[in-house]
Design a protein around this ligand. Sequence first.
Ligand code: SF4
Length: 202
Amino acid sequence: MSVEITRRGFLQAAGLAFATSMAYELSNQSSAFALDTDTEWKLVNTEEYTNVCCYCSGGCGSICSVRDGELISLEGDTDHPINLGALCSKGAAMFQLRSVVTEDTREVIPNPNRKTRPMVRRPGASNWEAIGWDAAIAEIARHVKTTRDASFITTDQNGVTVNRTEAIASLGGSQQNTEECYLILKSMRSLGLVAIDNQARV
Ligand code: SF4
């Protein structure tokens, strides 16, 4: 007697066999599952967050695995339509923006060179000074107002109305999404800027 096996039936049977096998392995505490999870499986007890590469306009997607607020791993997002899990060498090194491995103990520590606060270098100064976010925003707003007022052009040499400033430029970053870029463009245009670009090259 011949038995007909459909593709769906085969997959169901294979799935059942696999599940039974897994249940047996787990119930018998197979050595395959007896990992020291703190040291041997680095992604245990992590939460996954998706992110976008900060380096170029490619916009490759990544998965950040975080435990207790610390970045444990960063890898390409296989579900991302642009990169399908792949990262170029620069994107693959993005983990080091946040964390580095010490040469001696191989311990993962926060990158000591990472800037987490706004910095300003005053005219004539050789050093950078850390300032608060509120102070940075107030200073930027004051500079924009002063510069725009001093450089605003209402008409060009032919008498054509232009209402623009050529003394301020805007450069966006590659982590800004489409909506953010739209809002930046609108607000910069409303100030009269014409030099507007987005960081889009490695
Ligand atoms: S730098 Fe590399 S990983 Fe990052 S977006 Fe560009 S191509 Fe993708």
